[in-house]
Ligand binder design. Sequence first.
Ligand SMILES: Nc1ncnc2c1ncn2[C@@H]1O[C@H](COP(=O)(O)OP(=O)(O)OP(=O)(O)O)[C@@H](O)[C@H]1O
Ligand SMILES: O=C(O)C1=C[C@@H](O)[C@@H](O)[C@H](O)C1
Ligand SMILES: [Mg+2]
Length: 178
Amino acid sequence: MEKKYETKNIFLVGLMGAGKTTVGRMLSRRLGLDFVDSDREIESRTGVNISTIFEIEGEEGFRKREARIIKDLTALNGYVLATGGGVILHEENRKNLQKNGFVVYLNAPPHVLWERTRNDKNRPLLKVKDPLQKLQELFVSRHPLYQEVADFVVNERRGNIRSVVQLLVKEVSERWNR
Ligand SMILES: Nc1ncnc2c1ncn2[C@@H]1O[C@H](COP(=O)(O)OP(=O)(O)OP(=O)(O)O)[C@@H](O)[C@H]1O
Ligand SMILES: O=C(O)C1=C[C@@H](O)[C@@H](O)[C@H](O)C1
Ligand SMILES: [Mg+2]
């Protein structure tokens, strides 16, 4: 068995609205694992929301906090971790993810992500005049990094969260039972 599968962890990566939190929570229940969301963990450690961290410390300050949390969370065992959309920007994060668990890229085209996120307010990078264009730019710059870090890629399945969860249950069960 590959060394990384000695730990039972699943790390979900992908852009804002890809379904990391929704899929992650459901998947953890199905597999009897714990669930943690790195954005929520940053908020509970700091006591403020993500937007406030961006306002006070800028994106750079947020990324430093994120890297510390990712280091801590990837060192655990038995977790489904929903990461923040920009986690793959730091090489250290990519290494920690790859080393310690099964990394899944939830991929969906920018217009789908835009539909899913347009009514939410706590995504500072999308507080711009044209959030769809912003998502398109982020997709172009990040897609190769998500691909690079991923052990498995889920392409958009026409709005069906359950089928994504089902597919992932099958994939990890095959790996972990080897
Ligand atoms: N495969 C899917 N089909 C349909 N709707 C979905 C799918 N995945 C997620 N959604 C919906 O899209 C919205 C955003 O999903 P979610 O919050 O899980 O994304 P996220 O990847 O955690 O985003 P962020 O990086 O901003 O935290 C939710 O309302 C969720 O129900
Ligand atoms: O895509 C991003 O860079 C981000 C996504 C969110 O999950 C948060 O981590 C934050 O809003 C930044
Ligand atoms: Mg989320």
